[in-house]
Design a protein around this ligand. Structure first.
Ligand SMILES: C[S@@+](CC[C@H](N)C(=O)[O-])C[C@H]1O[C@@H](n2cnc3c(N)ncnc32)[C@H](O)[C@@H]1O
Length: 385
């Protein structure tokens, strides 16, 4: 496909997404109906679609319309390119610019538009992030790096990087976590690489790894991963020698976990119902995902105040249920991939007010400015004395 034909394909996929088709489904459907497209075309079109979703507001502003065509047009203008060079109508390129499109001069861009932030979230982000508000929002407009977690119980970062290099993947140590490698070349080869197939590396965001390394000592401890989902954190804890029990309200979410654990040569118990007491209960709760909107940009635009309220209510309920599984001398770790105070510090303040026998030992926050996704971690235990 020509570069211009890729732009036209991305515009059509964006139209489907703007009409409420989930992004992954829209991309898969297009690929199924477009057998002529090779893997490089599909990857390039995916990048165009995700770039436009991350910057939907500013691209629509520059393109003059919130349509697939408007977003692609605005994206070209954002790069300083002349859309007329690409919108030629020849072959499968987008149709030539109309007179209105060609003569359109974007009005000055308000700050929230330039930051690609929904208006209602501006006060939330600015009170949550203070002076970090603008740079963090700017970071959410960029592509996320690809990170691997090295299985610390089985290899070192250096050995894993050497093994990956043999498969043409350049990966370098990242400072966010002692287990983290950032992939610089050939990320699409990871799942075919020897290091991955032998369970020596796993795909996991670097800040997600930093959360695990910030937990109290895990070796030999019993851990309940109360919201285990696909098991990214359960696997990271097992790799550090914890005896992990995985639980999730939706069992199906954990279906890949036994295979992933087997590949890592670790064992994780998967339970539909959580019972008993544990040295550590981890609640990696469902949240707005505002720390990971680089990876799931459509969520930035679909979140509503009502949906955020519902998420906060679920977080409250999970915390209250999960604490029942905390050994009296144990820990409760509350985690979100959100940068919003209402899901983080405010949730913990309210929880501790309901449970005065518990205390906050430490809380930590990561934002995309450190390289990984945005995360929050609160470490709680029984009040001593
Ligand atoms: C942020 S995801 C977990 C990600 C996972 N820990 C990881 O690292 O890959 C949150 C998970 O919480 C689960 N969940 C939602 N409501 C729940 C509840 N009331 N109790 C337990 N799990 C719940 C969801 O099904 C989802 O899998």
């Amino acid at each position: 496909m020509t570069p211009a034909a890729r732009l036209q394909a991305a515009a059509e996929i964006l139209d489907a997404i703007l009409n409420s088709t989930p992004a992954e489904q829209a991309l898969t459907r297009w690929a199924r109906n477009s057998r002529f497209a090779g893997s490089k075309d599909r990857a390039a079109i995916r990048d165009l679609v995700f770039d436009a979703l991350r910057c939907k507001r500013s691209f629509a502003h520059l393109g003059g319309a919130e349509t697939g065509r408007g977003l692609i047009l605005g994206g070209l203008r954002a790069q300083g390119a002349d859309p007329a060079d690409h919108f030629t109508g020849t072959g499968h390129a987008p149709a030539p610019l109309s007179e209105d499109e060609a003569s359109y001069i974007p009005p000055p861009m308000p700050e929230a538009v330039a930051l690609d932030c929904p208006d209602w979230l501006v006060p939330q982000f600015s009170s949550s992030l203070g002076t970090g508000f603008e740079p963090a929002l700017q970071a959410l407009r960029q592509r996320a790096p690809v990170f691997l977690r090295v299985h610390a119980g089985r290899t070192t970062r250096e050995q894993a990087a050497t093994l990956l290099a043999r498969d043409g993947i350049e990966a370098r140590a990242h400072p966010l976590a002692a287990t983290a490698l950032e992939v610089h070349t050939n990320p699409r080869a990871i799942q075919r690489s020897q290091a991955y197939l032998e369970g020596l590396v796993e795909l996991q965001d670097a800040a997600s790894q930093a959360v695990i390394t910030a937990l109290p000592a895990l070796t030999g401890k019993t851990v309940l991963d109360y919201c285990a989902g696909g098991g990214g954190k359960a696997l990271a804890m097992a790799a550090l020698g914890a005896h992990v029990t995985a639980h999730d309200a939706k069992r199906a979410r954990m279906s890949d976990l036994p295979n992933r654990a087997a590949r890592a040569r670790d064992s994780i118990a998967v339970k539909e119902r959580a019972t008993g007491l544990f040295d550590l209960v981890l609640t990696d709760v469902p949240c707005s995902g505002s720390g990971s909107w680089r990876r799931s940009p459509a969520a930035k635009w679909t979140l509503t105040p009502e949906a955020l309220d519902t998420l906060c209510a679920t977080q409250t309920e999970i915390l209250d249920n999960a604490r029942q599984h905390m050994h009296p001398a144990g820990w409760l770790a509350y985690v979100t991939c959100s940068m919003l105070e209402v899901e983080n510090q405010q949730q913990i303040t309210a929880f501790l007010a309901r449970h005065p026998d518990l205390e906050l030992v430490q809380d930590m926050q990561w934002t995309p400015l450190e390289g990984g996704d945005g995360f929050y971690l609160a470490l709680i235990r029984t009040r001593i004395g």
